[in-house]
Write a protein that binds this ligand. Structure first.
Ligand SMILES: NC(=O)c1ccc[n+]([C@@H]2O[C@H](COP(=O)([O-])OP(=O)(O)OC[C@H]3O[C@@H](n4cnc5c(N)ncnc54)[C@H](O)[C@@H]3O)[C@@H](O)[C@H]2O)c1
Length: 319
């Protein structure tokens, strides 16, 4: 029986106390930290024997930020994490399941097949999948009514956005429920209303990166120059507002209509001239070399720390 056919009401998203995290890699460990910070107990399943230690270390690292952002009430990491050696045990009694296993359909299918028979009547499962589409994920289910896409942005404990999607096979209550649940964790959600590869935010990133690479390939600017043009220019504005709203502010009182009237010819000309590069070996080499020149001796770890500190301060400033 699918959730829409039951008479049982779904739990209030704000009252969820116990969740399951399937997969404890880059994304799963970050989700786990966020769920724990929100006071939930978490049952984790990951077949990698080193996963538990990795996840516990990741929680330790994420906790001070979560606390400073007001997302963790306690200053010390919660001890409400249970590590299970079977996915069925992990989902048993869970009000919500976040699946973050590798982006390979046979792995996701195998897991869904195991957990579907033991899920609670109104337990929602959200997949973090970036590349696979919801209809591909649904193939692993007898009844995918309670499966939604709940796509985060890395790292999920820090970046607010979650893209949520259902389709005609999804229980109509599932997407609004998932959005409300994520919002109780401090997330900002959007609904993806039609299936396209890459959902919304990754497509936007891909579109911008395509032109960034084209400009480097054509010798218009260096890798550093293009990156600076984004982070010191429109990137700062995009953290405040989206592109269409920003352009509404770009032509005075007349708003967006006046902006389009004034600049459509320019935009049409620029669009006609945009590039269409591929990540072929010579392009990759050019980007890697260009980045090495730009970043000096800074390690990936140091740069990631710098990025996270800045993102944290932007999030706090926006409140
Ligand atoms: N990395 C990103 O930037 C990013 C961003 C958003 C969404 N995602 C999506 O999140 C999902 C996970 O990606 P990731 O980057 O965390 O991958 P990852 O490889 O870092 O982690 C995957 C984890 O799943 C575990 N695993 C393997 N088989 C499993 C199984 N049967 N059951 C439970 N766990 C299993 C692995 O041991 C590993 O720890 C993917 O669907 C990916 O598309 C990734």
């Amino acid at each position: 029986m699918s959730p829409s056919e039951t008479t049982e009401p779904w739990p209030d998203p704000a009252s969820v106390t116990h969740v399951a995290a399937l997969g404890g890699g880059v994304i799963g460990q970050s989700w786990t930290a966020l769920f724990l910070a929100a006071g939930k107990s978490v049952a984790l399943y990951d077949p990698d024997p080193t996963a538990e230690q990795r996840v516990r270390e990741a929680i330790e690292r994420a906790w001070p930020v979560l606390h400073e952002l007001g997302l963790a009430a306690e200053s010390r990491p919660s001890d409400k994490l249970t590590v299970c050696d079977d996915p069925r045990a992990a989902v048993e009694g869970a009000d919500f399941v976040q699946e973050s296993v590798p982006e390979r359909l046979e792995i996701k299918d195998g897991l869904y097949e195991l957990i579907e028979p033991v899920l609670g009547e109104a337990t929602l499962v959200a997949s973090s999948a970036s590349g696979l589409t919801l209809s591909e994920l649904q193939r692993g289910w007898n009844d995918p009514a309670r499966l939604v896409l709940g796509h985060p942005f890395n790292p999920p404990h820090l970046i607010p956005l979650v893209e949520v999607m259902g389709n005609e096979r999804t229980d109509p209550r599932a997407v609004p429920w998932a959005r409300r649940f994520y919002e109780t964790l401090g997330k900002v959600t959007i609904e993806v209303m039609r299936e396209v590869p890459g959902h919304v935010a990754n497509r936007l990133q891909a579109a911008l990166w395509r032109e960034a690479i084209h400009l480097v390939n054509e010798g218009v600017a260096s890798v550093e120059g293009v990156d600076t043009a984004v982070s010191a220019g429109p990137g700062l504005r995009w953290a405040a507002m989206g592109p269409t709203l920003l352009f509404h502010l770009g032509a005075g009182e007349g708003g967006l209509a006046a902006f389009c009237d004034r600049y459509s010819e320019s935009f049409n000309r620029w669009w006609d001239d945009l590039g269409d590069p591929r990540l072929d070996p010579s392009t990759v080499e050019r980007l890697v070399l260009g980045l090495a020149q730009a970043k000096g001796d800074a390690s990936v770890e140091d740069l990631a720390e710098q990025r996270d500190a800045l993102i944290q301060s932007f999030i706090m400033a926006k409140r």
